[in-house]
Design a protein around this ligand. Structure first.
Ligand SMILES: [Zn+2]
Length: 188
């Protein structure tokens, strides 16, 4: 179904009333410029320029009766991305995939949202006339990124109980910040 709803200025109430949905998939190779523009905070998390590989999301909404019978918009959001981060085990770049799914319920104002958010399983947000869904997608992905990213299987064998000589050999085989520092300190 083609949709006239704009994800950057979404009328959540109309979107829910129409039981509409929106989908997007952006990849670096095809939509690099849009990806960097729409998700610049996520791009900043990457360990190298253009390190955000892809972002996909799917949103759909519906109206459900609230506690006092009034209809409230509920929105389900599924997000997924691939971003290049430094693996904390081998310290080389790793393409990390993350995904998340969450329900959001929209209420009349910030005060109600704050009051009801704590006691609800879903996230409660204040209804805005032009809601930025892209920002919400990015927020969810930023929260889903692991604090300690790691390869499933690191490309090199990392010495864990190796002798001093082997460890030194691994260090020397790889340009590191320490090596760069040592170069700087050399008398010219
Ligand atoms: Zn690794």
């Amino acid at each position: 179904m083609s949709s006239h709803f704009s994800p950057e200025q979404l009328d959540v109430m109309s979107f829910a009333r129409a039981r509409a949905h929106l989908d997007s998939r952006l990849t670096r190779d095809v939509d690099g410029a849009s990806l960097a523009r729409l998700f610049n905070r996520l791009s900043d998390e990457a360990c190298e320029p253009q390190g955000l590989n892809s972002v996909s999301w799917h949103a759909q909404a519906e109206l459900r009766p609230g506690a006092s019978g009034e209809l409230q918009p509920w929105l389900s959001l599924e997000v997924e991305c691939s971003v290049r981060l430094v693996c904390q085990r081998c310290l080389t770049p790793a393409d990390i995939s993350v995904s998340a799914q969450r329900w959001f319920r929209f209420v009349a104002d910030e005060a109600t949202a704050a009051a009801e958010d704590d006691e609800s399983d879903e996230d409660v947000l204040a209804l805005e006339p032009r809601f930025n869904l892209i920002e919400l997608v990015e927020d969810e992905l930023l929260m889903a990124i692991p604090l300690v990213p790691m390869h499933d299987v690191c490309p090199d064998v990392v010495p864990t109980s190796a002798g001093e000589e082997e460890f030194q050999a691994v260090l020397e085989s790889r340009p590191s910040a320490f090596a760069a520092l040592a170069q700087l300190k050399k008398p010219t």
